[in-house]
Design a protein around this ligand. Structure first.
Ligand code: PGA
Length: 239
């Protein structure tokens, strides 16, 4: 399983360091088989030394360097030995209006540089209300020009209406979407959207679910560790 924490615009440089130290203290003495990822904000990036925690970047511009005010490129990321990137997150698509064309360009650029790419897809509420076929059509548009056979790909299904709202998709709905994605994608499939300690186990046992992308509930390190513990127990129970 992959258990990932998306900090979004939360945490400072200081609190991120504290968080990662605590997370490492939690993981180190335990036999955690899951891959643990953390996506801090740009300002908190550093050369974190723990090899049991993968630190990734929430976004970047598809260039090595250049004149792109307010953006960062490969040169700034490589300074911290970061090789994992989150792309296509719904907040970038819907709040920052990032078009599919640009997302695909980013995908291509970072794939060429052999980044592990956590690629997010998910439908807004009005599409979900139209039913499964509409959801599939919408999600597949978000996969346009994305190499689904890329060997460092991870896909996260995150229904927009479930992100940061406390609403989680029904297990049956998640299962249907993951099964459809699985028919075309061999890569790990994550679910994201109001994952918390109370629903993590149920979501982790959905067929084809290979992990969780967690926003709000990950910002507190104790809660994130609790979810890691739940994943460990769930895996042991379902062995
Ligand atoms: P949430 O965010 O857990 O707060 O719903 C998930 C995400 O945006 O990745």
């Amino acid at each position: 399983m992959i258990i990932a924490a998306n900090f979004k615009t939360n945490h400072t440089r200081g609190s991120t360091k504290e968080y990662i130290d605590k997370l490492n203290d939690f993981i180190s003495p335990r036999e955690i088989k899951d891959k643990i990822m953390v996506f801090p904000p740009f300002t908190a990036l550093d050369n974190f030394e723990y090899n049991n925690i993968t630190v990734g970047i929430q976004n970047a511009y598809p260039v090595k360097n250049g004149s792109y005010t307010g953006e960062i490129g490969l040169e700034q990321i490589e300074e911290f030995n970061i090789k994992t990137i989150l792309l296509g997150h719904s907040e970038r698509r819907h709040i920052l209006n990032e078009p599919q064309k640009l997302i695909a360009k980013k995908f291509q650029f970072f794939a060429e540089h052999e980044f592990e790419i956590v690629y997010c897809v998910g439908e807004p509420k009005e599409i979900r209300e139209r039913g499964f076929d509409a959801v599939v059509e919408y999600i597949y548009k978000q996969l346009e020009n994305i190499d689904l056979n890329y060997d460092k790909l991870v896909v996260a299904y995150e229904p927009v209406w479930a992100i940061g709202t406390g609403l989680t998709a029904k297990s049956k709905d998640i299962e249907e979407v993951l099964a459809k994605l699985r028919s075309d994608i061999k890569a790990p499939l994550l679910y994201g959207g109001s994952v918390k300690t109370s629903n993590a186990e149920e979501i982790l046992t959905i067929p084809n679910c290979n992990g969780l992308l967690i926003g709000t509930a990950s910002w507190n390190v104790e809660t994130f560790c609790e979810i890691i513990e739940i994943s460990k127990k769930t895996a042991e129970e379902n062995r």
